[in-house]
Design a protein. Structure first.
Length: 519
């Protein structure tokens, strides 16, 4: 294979590209609602319905999915066990080529798939296109990584002895994915499990079954056998049944901390007849801080902070939630961030001028509103974009200051367009704040002094630190992504260690001294 390279995003400023987007949306509209069945190996089942709707037009049904049940879970895992035996027997190169062909399938349909993300999850066009590109990147990157992994590491060899280490797939992997990156995140978890020889049962977020269906179609079109990838649309009970199933070997989950902790607890229970300990790979969110030192270039810091906080309505685990501003420049920074926030455009995701789309659903809107009210009560709101469209799950982008250090607004994950700015006396004080938080996913630093950069690099517990740039938009192969502490377990997605989480190492030592001839 050629060396890995990131898939280039579309240049949305070009008129022909914008016309492609409109054509894709026009072509999608008459197809709605899409039908998403339960897919267990080569069989499909329809039945009780689960609806996904457009967050900007909640009466518009985007997909009608069949609601999976516990019987489906049992059947899917049983089929996966059968499919695993044939799939694991293939050389890594053959499995890798299936991923490469799936990437080509998505590449040919990237605009149509992006249109579906715009509708189902209210991702603005640039974010939706970026999500499709990231899915393609995961497929291409892990395909190459699996071939390297199959070769195994070099071990110390001595006369009369041959030592070999190889990696074998674990078995059935349950993938439980979120809605905010409805193609890229499930694709990354699923493709990593598949390319290393595991069979996968995918349970997508109930808000985005249509996008998950596209992923399964792409993988099967690429050559992944139906027996190795099943799709179970549903709600939390389906994920819980998968986690508890004694034949599931690995659980890959991206979502909230409470659900992640429950999965970890359930996975630690060894059922009767279960002869393995389940491995949990999880990414659980964050409360991400951006430190702005007294010598920072505010022309660089302000747009990066606003973009990191409010793009996609702050619905990224990596989004900026809190700014720790040196007291010497805090007033100036607050004034400029507030000014930039006030001109943000709140609107429908399919409108190219939109900065802040709606949040995913009513409960998210209500949650963000509660935190915004608390910010007004405990501190001072310096910017709030109002009015916002009444139809749809829109939240006013909000900037709050002067909150007490123990405020939930400063310490709890909000997952919406609400940014808090906090004053600190110096960078050391800022690092103490970051060090006191339970999450450690992403962080940012704006500073000119190389000594300050070195200090923060050594002090910060976060998994991804971004210096003098925005803190979202990690690229596969360039910024392997994942957090520490309560932000998750396991290695970083899109990095060189990720595939090892889906395999087990085996070492064989052979005495090569002659012991006579075989008769």
């Amino acid at each position: 294979m050629s060396p890995f390279a990131n898939e280039p995003v579309l240049e949305l400023r070009r008129a022909p590209v914008r016309a492609q987007l409109q054509d894709a949306m026009d072509a999608l509209s008459p197809k709605l609602p899409l039908r998403v069945p339960v897919m267990i190996a080569s069989a499909e089942r329809t039945g009780a319905e689960l609806l996904s709707t457009d967050p900007g037009e909640p009466e518009r049904v985007v997909a009608v999915a069949t609601r999976a049940n516990e019987d489906d879970v049992a059947a899917a895992v049983q089929e996966a066990e059968r499919g695993f035996r044939a799939w694991r027997a293939l050389p890594a190169a053959e499995r890798a080529m299936a991923l490469v062909r799936a990437a080509a399938w998505l590449r040919e349909r990237r605009v149509e798939v992006a249109a579906l993300e715009v509708r189902e999850c209210a991702k603005p066009w640039s974010e939706a296109d970026g999500d499709v590109c990231e899915a393609i990147d995961f497929l291409e990157y892990y395909a190459r990584g699996a071939i390297e992994l199959e070769a195994g590491p070099d071990l110390l060899q001595v006369p009369g002895e041959r030592n070999d280490m190889h990696y074998a797939p674990r078995g059935v992997a349950a993938v439980i994915s979120p809605w905010n990156f409805p193609l890229a995140i499930p694709c990354g978890m699923t493709s990593a499990a598949l390319v290393t020889g595991n069979a996968v049962v995918l349970k997508p977020a109930e808000q985005s079954p249509g996008c998950a269906h596209v992923l399964v179609q792409a993988l099967r079109a690429g050559g992944v056998p139906a027996s190795a990838i099943s799709l179970l649309p549903g709600e939390g009970d389906v994920g819980a049944a998968l986690v508890a199933h004694p034949s599931v070997q690995t659980i890959a989950f991206t979502g909230s901390l409470p659900v992640g902790l429950e999965i970890a607890r359930a996975a630690g229970t060894v059922a009767r007849g279960q002869n393995h300990i389940k491995r949990v790979v999880s990414e659980l969110g964050g409360k991400n801080c951006v430190i702005v030192d007294s010598d920072a270039d505010l022309d660089e810091a302000v747009p990066a902070i606003v973009s990191s906080a409010f793009v996609y309505a702050g619905q990224k685990c990596s989004a900026a939630a809190r700014v720790l501003a040196h007291e010497a420049i805090a007033d100036q920074l607050i004034e400029r961030v507030a000014g930039a926030a006030r001109v943000l455009v709140v609107g429908q995701a399919d409108e190219l001028g939109t900065d802040v789309p709606p949040v995913i659903e009513r409960s998210a809107q209500e949650r963000v509103a509660r935190y915004a009210a608390l910010a007004h009560e405990q501190g001072r709101v310096v910017a709030r974009v109002e009015p916002v469209p009444e139809h749809g799950w829109f939240c006013p982008p909000t900037v709050a200051v002067e909150l007490p250090r123990d405020s939930p607004v400063l310490n709890e994950e909000i997952f919406g367009p609400l940014l808090a700015i906090d004053r600190v006396k110096d960078v050391e004080d800022a690092c103490e704040v970051v060090d006191g938080l339970p999450y450690a996913l992403t962080g940012g630093l704006f500073a000119r002094d190389p000594a300050t950069v070195r200090y923060v690099r050594q002090r910060t517990p976060v998994g991804n630190l971004y210096v003098n740039r925005g803190i979202t938009g990690a690229m596969v192969g360039r910024q392997p992504f994942g957090g520490n502490r309560l932000s998750g377990t396991g290695s970083k997605a899109g990095g060189p260690d990720y595939l090892r989480q889906f395999v087990e190492p085996h070492v064989v030592t052979e005495n090569t001294m002659r012991h006579g001839l075989v008769v």
